[in-house]
Design a binder for this molecule. Structure first.
Ligand SMILES: Cc1cc2nc3c(=O)[nH]c(=O)nc-3n(C[C@H](O)[C@H](O)[C@H](O)COP(=O)(O)OP(=O)(O)OC[C@H]3O[C@@H](n4cnc5c(N)ncnc54)[C@H](O)[C@@H]3O)c2cc1C
Length: 357
């Protein structure tokens, strides 16, 4: 099925928006963003058409949402077998939809579920896939996508002649589609569930309660804890239990996302009791994550380059450090409070607890 195209030879793209639905049959934020991206692409590419494909236990609410955008046809693979993320069933569903539509461009959200399935589906169809797409542009009638390399140090723009081309759009790069849902007729595809699915049965979902979930990508504020929380303080003692209580209390009151320096998560990884709720997933920096929060507050963290490089997409940066010559003071933060973070956070918590935010 796959083929190379000459984009400037009057060739018209057939765009397919592909989504897996939520338990209520609707679309998650990341899928709504991908829908917005697919619609924008269709509007920009001359002569392009837009269809939708939906996979899940329920699909009608999502179909009504995509119907509101004016897609030509909506294909669905519906049923309990397609409710949970499972490679074999997701792959056959996506493949059936892509083959039926004959899409040349498939736009989907770069969810963990699609990221592990759609590159293989592209392969089955003789096409290509690009995951973690940060943006989609049309220049002189030709489609290019942008994506990051080397931990977001280099941005590349690339185009491909091979079709179908699967584009997995990273969440956060597009505004979500916000139109009014419209009752929409769907075309149901019957997809036999492969025998291999019997080997993987989803018996339930175990997830941490939201209050123990400390990584919150949608949070307004990133709160970073550094190794200073575990160091001897002015009285010659460590105060790990106080640190843990102050940080957890602040997260509960502010709903901030918790980041960490490498030094601190390394300590936790060694089984030390201090800040037991931290793992390497919290680590921000060169060998950690590069989160995108509007604001950030670093506490008891020195602000060395391998750490602050992970702050490059944080809008407004503040830090609390006893040392007025710490790394944050050297152009890394907008505001540095030269102060004791234990005292500052105790005061902040009492103000937040008193009702203010
Ligand atoms: C190849 C490489 C990759 C790396 N990748 C990363 C990475 O991805 N992320 C990362 O974070 N690091 C990374 N590092 C490590 C980085 O260089 C630093 O060692 C680390 O960030 C230091 O962590 P810290 O600031 O928490 O600890 P420290 O350097 O120990 O600083 C603790 C700070 O706490 C302050 N403090 C102590 N008590 C208080 C108090 N009561 N109130 C206020 N302030 C207080 C101190 O003044 C001090 O500045 C990397 C290093 C290398 C070589």
């Amino acid at each position: 099925m796959g083929a190379a195209v000459q984009p400037d030879s009057g060739f018209m793209e057939k765009i397919l928006f592909l989504a897996h639905t939520e338990p209520d049959g609707g679309l998650a934020q990341a899928a709504l963003e991908a829908l917005h991206g697919a619609k924008a692409l269709c509007d920009e590419l001359k002569g392009a058409s837009l269809e939708a494909g939906l996979v899940g236990a329920q699909t009608q609410p999502a179909a009504d949402t995509v119907g509101g955008i004016g897609v030509a046809r909506v294909f669905v693979v519906t049923g309990g077998e397609f409710a949970a993320a499972r490679y074999a069933s997701d792959a056959v569903a996506a493949e059936a939809i892509a083959r039926t539509t004959g899409a040349t461009i498939v736009v989907a959200a770069a969810t963990s579920r699609w990221n592990r399935v759609l590159p293989a589906v592209a392969c089955r169809l003789g096409g290509r896939a690009d995951a973690h797409v940060a943006g989609v542009q049309v220049r002189a009638g030709a489609l290019t996508v942008s994506r990051w390399y080397y931990r977001q140090r280099m941005e590349a723009r690339l185009s491909r002649a091979q079709r179908p081309w699967f584009l997995l759009l990273d969440p956060g790069g597009q505004p979500p589609w916000q139109g009014t849902p419209t009752p929409t007729n769907v075309e149901a595809l019957t997809v036999p569930v492969p025998e291999s699915c019997r080997r993987t049965q989803v018996t339930g979902i175990r997830a941490p309660a939201t209050y123990t979930q400390t990584i919150r990508p949608d949070a307004e504020l990133l709160f970073v804890a550094g190794a200073g929380w575990t160091k001897k303080q002015g009285d010659g003692q460590t105060h790990g239990a106080d640190a843990e209580r102050l940080i957890l209390e602040f997260l509960r009151l502010s709903r901030a996302s918790l980041g960490s320096s490498k030094s601190l998560v390394d300590l936790s990884g060694e089984g030390q009791t201090v800040l037991s709720f931290l793992s390497h997933l919290n680590q921000v920096g060169q060998t950690g994550s590069t989160p995108r929060h509007p604001k950030g507050l670093a506490t008891c963290c020195h602000g060395e380059e391998p750490h602050t490089v992970g702050w490059r997409f944080v809008g407004q940066r503040r830090a609390i450090n006893l040392d007025p010559n710490c790394g944050w003071a050297r152009g890394k933060a907008d505001v540095l409070y030269a102060a004791d973070a234990f005292a500052v956070m105790a005061r902040v918590n009492s103000l937040l607890g008193a009702g203010g935010r």
